[in-house]
Design a binder for this molecule. Sequence first.
Ligand SMILES: [Zn+2]
Length: 485
Amino acid sequence: MARENYLVFARKWRPQTFEDVIGQEHITRTLQNAIAAERIAHAFLFIGSRGIGKTTTARILAKALNCLAVQKPTTQPCNTCDNCRAIAEGNSIDVIEIDGASNNSVEDVREIREHVRLMPSRSRYKIYIIDEVHQLSPGAFNALLKTIEEPPPHAVFILATTEAHKVPATIISRCQRFDFRRVPIPEIVKLLRAILEQEAIRYTDEALYAVARAAEGGVRDAESILDQLVSYADGEITFKHVFDVLGLVDWQVLHDLTDAILNKDVARLLGLVEDVVALGKDLGQFVQEILRYFRNLLVCKTADPKQLLGLPDDEIARMQSQAERFTLTNLIRLVEQFAELTKGFDSQLAQRIALEALLIRISKRTIETSIDSLIEKLMALSEEGVPSMPPAAGAGPGAQLAEPLLFEDAPPDDQSAAPKTTAARPELSAADAAKRPAPPQTPPGARVSAEEARAALGDPHVAKVVDVFKGKIVDIRRSPKPDHH
Ligand SMILES: [Zn+2]
């Protein structure tokens, strides 16, 4: 079984059974059930991005249909009979693999139609795997449609495409359709781990997670990066090797950068940029990595990071503690600002993250604060919300509220602003308040907590209004309070 030549991992570790295909259980189980029930369709359509297992699954299905070890199609092809071996190597005479991109003419498909009538020579089925089927010409699609409308009983078509919307509806409706998913990060990590263990190559988990993230759900891409890493790393594959091979910036830099932002440490921020430049890293890519990092912080703040990020636990814990130090509003704004900065880079990532930030913003309604309700809140705040505020501190509350919002949450002085309110309503953190939709109309005199009011003020437009009202607030505070009792 030892192979003479070096095989890239993607080929060497290509799944040979339905059970080996990762991340597509919804498909492999359905196919196995159909085979077990002897309900085998004549046309399948496999849809999904490149490198996630469409052709691999098509070959396993072909083996399942034509394996010689049993008398009928099997869910467990033997992988040792002549048919199984020939299919795995791509040279079975009864399993024809066609690249739709280069065989896309009417003549090509007519040839298939003539050929398909002939009985398979030593198999139960004659199987056509047409990759990139969306590339067929309209005439070729018509010819194909006629064939799959009335196929000979021994014919099976497996069509694969990355762009289902380019496949005519008439074809799609004749096929059993299977949508392949991008593979979740933990599953890719599991696969990479299994490969390296069998290859007896040492690694760190952080390295594997970084590879899986870079592959963005593509198994083949992950395996290709792993190939490069094995050649590059001398001994154990580490997180740092991945960053070197992919030209990324070490995450420690992103942690430090975020801490420096939180600490308002401008010298440190500039020093970090200097370091990145000195390492010869691409600044455009660096900004994208910052963007991705802040997107992760946003996920930590709003959703279940373990499920969505697929990072090691200690990374998540580190990011969660940083995320807690930002308000939701600030994180959204930072993400939008970094996304804005990458706009010139024509980045899919930037577009996606800007979209996510917008959706979170909309769903939390952090900015939908009308001036009317703002004024009402300010009035309520002046009456109720900040009992311990020195009543006539000259630059007082207005100045504080209009401070740059990035650091509005910096705890010490902020908390002293409203200790009683916080104690009385412990469920209301500033972030919670920001998540709550602003009430459309607060009745005059309604009581609003300092946190709610501050959250309402967390928008730059509103901050400007606050500036205007600053003097007014001080006036209100100084005026005698109405008796509440
Ligand atoms: Zn077999």
